[in-house]
Design a protein around this ligand. Structure first.
Ligand SMILES: *Cc1c(COP(=O)(O)O)cnc(C)c1O
Length: 489
């Protein structure tokens, strides 16, 4: 049955293809290790498999799904693979996937309360559940954006609105009366902070990336000094972005001390807890969000370490009125009789339309329950500490950062190359390439103090201790093999 008649796919075809897809997905999750975790294709291979011209006639779903299997599946890097330890390992959990499926079917466009009361109010309720779990005060109102990058952009736009509101109308170009602004973060902060200052017109030079301590945390004294220097130079300090769970090492900035400075200086404090926030749900890890309740805004990514399929970023703000002042703009055709009595989500950001993303957060929290989420997060942190203990005990490996959450930064340090930093970097790059070529595991790297460092991130729901042990066995095996080869740099 092709789509040569008018109207949508008929329901019988939908049922048949839908059942086939559900079977495919269930089978995929039954045997995730059937596929190499890192796609083994070369650049351009997928393109070669796809017709260069658009299709003139329609095709059967059977033919389309066959092509998906044949051409696209080999080009997938499997984020759901239990051997995925790169970047931040994430999971598309069953309840989240089902919610996304339903969300696409319902096609809610929640710009206004009346265009989807359910999406609007479920967003409010599910974000408030998460707020309570994170122990943020009740003044924090939440909104869902796609990514943490966009959340941080909105935070800094709100900081601008709070500090120089006339910019909304008059801009900052050709304005000798508006001083250059400064935004502060640590050298370990995420690149989304750079992109936000660039996009907001502050200029990349407005971002002060400050040095960190021995555990890669922002130094409050350095922050205080930078603010004082900037004020003396006639600049306008605007905001600080503190990170709880930095992207390289998951270090946690001292938010209480930073909040003291922001309060004294009148600066907007944004806490980037994109990855680390969920850790605070685990008994004993509440400290991860210490001081976050004093911030102006906080971002946490359920799509990172809360088992929600990409994408869903939770942005919390204690001054959402400022976000609305920065972004609200209601054209005549979107005015409704409820204006003023209901929440219209289009007022809280740059996007007009929005997906029904709350459905997946709600289903994930309902399905696993807080206890289930906590148990899984705690297990990921246990596995990371276990791996770290193996690294610590091995003479040819060293750990290069503390392990506050579920990421271990380490590197091989075999006797033969130990004295030569350049050779050590080359050795670790070869080691990384070798274990990743196995198809069994996928690790990524970072740079700390200018040196190449390997990262093992635990965060996938299907990862067990056996998978972590396998990664360790592969690392040791390839390190031993490479150490026996003549050195190449
Ligand atoms: C991953 C990450 C981001 C960016 O997340 P996106 O949702 O992909 O934009 C920002 N900050 C930190 C600390 C992160 O770990």
């Amino acid at each position: 049955m092709t789509n040569s008649t008018l109207g949508d796919m008929d329901c019988a075809t939908f049922r048949e293809a839908g059942h086939r897809l559900v079977e495919w997905i269930a089978d995929y999750f039954d045997h995730p290790e059937r596929y190499p975790v890192l796609s083994q294709l070369a650049p351009g291979d997928v393109l070669l498999g796809l017709a260069p011209q658009p299709p003139e006639a329609g095709s059967s779903m059977e033919a389309i799904l066959d092509e998906f299997d044949r051409v696209l599946v080999p080009g997938l890097t499997h984020w759901n693979h239990p051997g995925f330890f790169a970047y931040f390992a994430i999971s598309a959990s069953g309840p989240g996937i089902l919610a996304d499926f339903l969300s696409s079917a319902l096609n809610q466009q929640a710009m206004l309360w009346r265009t989807s009361p359910a999406a609007t109010e479920l967003e409010e309720r599910s974000l408030d559940w998460l707020r309570q779990l994170l122990r943020l005060p009740a003044e924090f109102e939440g909104v869902i954006y796609d990514t943490a990058s966009v959340s941080t952009l909105h935070a800094l736009a709100a900081a601008r609105e709070a500090s120089v509101p006339e910019v909304r109308a008059r801009g900052i170009a050709a304005r000798p009366d508006v001083p250059a602004v400064s935004v502060y973060c640590s050298e370990q902060a995420h690149s989304s902070v750079d992109k936000a200052v660039i996009l907001l017109g502050f200029g990349h030079e407005a971002l002060r990336r400050l040095p960190t301590d021995e555990a890669f945390r922002l130094r409050p004294e350095a922050l205080a000094r930078a603010i004082a220097d900037d004020r003396r130079a006639g600049r306008l300090p605007l905001a600080v972005v503190a990170t709880t769970g930095t992207t390289s090492t998951t270090s946690v900035d001292p938010v209480p001390a930073i909040a003291d400075i922001c309060e004294a200086e009148g600066l907007w404090l944004h806490v980037d807890a994109a990855y680390g926030g969920p850790a605070a749900l685990v008994p004993g890890w509440e400290w991860v969000l210490d001081g976050a309740g004093r911030a102006d805004s906080v971002v946490v990514n359920p799509h990172k370490w809360l088992f929600t399929p990409f994408d869903l970023s939770a942005f919390y703000c204690r001054r959402m009125d400022v976000v609305r002042a920065a972004f609200s703009l209601v054209p005549e055709y979107l005015r409704t009789s409820e204006t003023g009595t209901v929440k219209n989500l289009m007022d809280t950001g740059i996007q007009l339309g929005r997906r029904f993303r709350a459905l997946k957060l709600w289903m994930v929290l309902r399905f696993f329950g807080t206890d289930g989420v906590r148990a899984r997060l705690a297990e990921h942190m246990r596995l990371a500490r276990l791996f770290a203990s193996w690294v610590d005990a091995h003479t040819d490996f060293e750990r290069v950062a503390p392990v506050p959450m579920s990421v271990v930064c380490f590197r091989a340090r075999p006797e033969a190359v130990a004295g030569d930093e350049g050779a050590l970097d080359a050795f670790n790059q070869q080691l990384l390439d070798a274990v990743n070529a196995s198809g069994e595991v996928f690790l990524s790297h970072t740079k700390l103090h200018g040196r190449l460092v390997l990262r093992l991130a635990v965060g996938n729901l299907r990862t067990t201790q056996d998978h972590v042990a396998r990664a360790w066995a592969l690392l040791q095996m390839h390190a031993q093999r490479l150490a026996g080869l003549p050195l190449s740099r």
